[in-house]
Design a protein around this ligand. Structure first.
Ligand code: UD1
Length: 331
């Protein structure tokens, strides 16, 4: 089976490509390196010792995409390509709406033209309403607070309309919680440019001395230790979820799955675990709450477990160890 992976050199995309190759899928990647580096391609080869096709380009480019579908016999698509920084989306909403939505529309048009109707779409846990009860279930009310999350929710709706218009489509929407960690080889992982916004990338920069001190955004939340609680999932477990989702594409329709662990960890849990498994001290100070943050969220992943056979195998210790191993090798 041949799978087209858009955004296949990104953080989640690259780990998914590795899992696909290791499970003997044929892989075609389309990526424009807008938020990744071309070395990722070599590193995927090093890890898997397998080959795949690569096309440099933007998924918005229907001509280029048509060429890919013309040359390759694509059976299904995993669509990662998109912008993903919440803060940037608040500053540049039009760029986000244009990029994330246009790429998906172009992709679906070309897929339809080539009679390929199997699609896995990368969505986010931030499509849920902040007032929802916990743990979050797939059918809970939706409500977004920033343009990035709105693009994901809009795309979910576009895909639903697409299925209603043509029942040949099989679409799986995966809502990710907080992916961290890295491949155990240390060859692929997440290393954002500049000052990171997210917790683990920030801890890593403090760990290697590039930044002095982590600011914990608030310790007065109504959580076990007052700091924010999230459902962190190892990126390799997340990638494996996509392999399970491919099997589910034999069902026609559109369906939605949370990919999380179902367990919430606080900021201080992460700092303490990181310190103990890596034998290193992380300087931190308590600061003010970050605007837009909520106290706590975590997934109910039972639907993915039951229908996809999805099961996480990695612990929070693995996540902290593998993240540190990656940054040490990629300083
Ligand atoms: C964010 C995105 C989410 C994305 C995820 C990637 C929002 C609303 N959501 O989630 O779409 O999938 O990143 O992992 O932005 N924290 C600190 N100090 C820091 C950075 C973070 O204390 O320097 C705290 C935050 O307040 C939060 C927790 O760490 O409690 C996790 O934050 P972060 O990694 O940014 O993820 P989210 O905000 O949950």
């Amino acid at each position: 089976m041949k799978i087209l992976v858009t955004g296949g050199t990104g953080f989640i995309g690259s780990h998914t490509v590795v899992e696909l190759l290791e499970n003997n899928y044929e892989v075609v990647i389309v990526d424009d390196f807008s938020n990744s580096k071309k070395e990722v391609l070599d590193n995927i080869k090093k890890i898997t010792n397998k080959s795949f096709s690569f096309y440099k380009g933007n998924v918005k480019d229907e001509e280029m995409l048509s060429l890919v579908f013309e040359k390759e016999n694509i059976d299904a698509v995993i669509h990662f390509a998109g912008f993903k920084a919440i803060g940037e989306s608040v500053d540049n909403p039009l760029m986000y709406y244009e990029n994330n939505i246009d790429t998906t529309i172009s992709l679906c048009k070309v897929m339809d033209k080539y009679n390929c109707h199997k699609l896995i779409f990368s969505s986010t846990a931030t499509v849920y309403d902040v007032n929802d009860e916990l743990p979050l279930k797939e059918d809970f009310p939706k409500g977004t607070t920033n343009p990035y999350s709105s693009t994901k929710l809009m795309i979910e709706r576009i895909l639903k309309d697409l299925y209603v218009s043509n029942n040949d489509w099989s679409i799986v929407v995966l809502r990710y919680f907080n992916p961290i960690g890295a491949h155990e080889s240390g060859l692929i992982g997440e290393n954002p440019q500049g000052i990171p916004n997210n917790l683990m990338p920030y801890i890593l920069k403090v760990a290697i001395g590039e930044l002095e001190c982590l600011t914990v955004f608030g310790n007065d939340y109504d959580t076990k230790d007052g700091t924010g609680v999230r459902d962190y999932i190892h990126v390799v477990d997340l990638a494996k979820g996509h392999i399970k989702a491919i099997d589910y594409l034999t069902n026609k329709g559109i369906d939605y799955f949370n990919l999380g662990t179902g367990v919430g960890y606080s900021v201080l849990d992460i700092v303490n675990t990181f310190e103990s498994v890596n034998g290193i001290k992380i300087n931190y100070k308590i600061g003010k709450r970050r605007s837009g943050d909520i106290a706590e969220y975590y997934a109910d992943s039972s639907k993915a477990e039951k229908l996809l056979g999805f099961k996480v195998t990695k612990t929070i210790e693995d996540m902290c160890k593998d993240s540190y191993n990656y940054i040490l090798k990629n300083k």
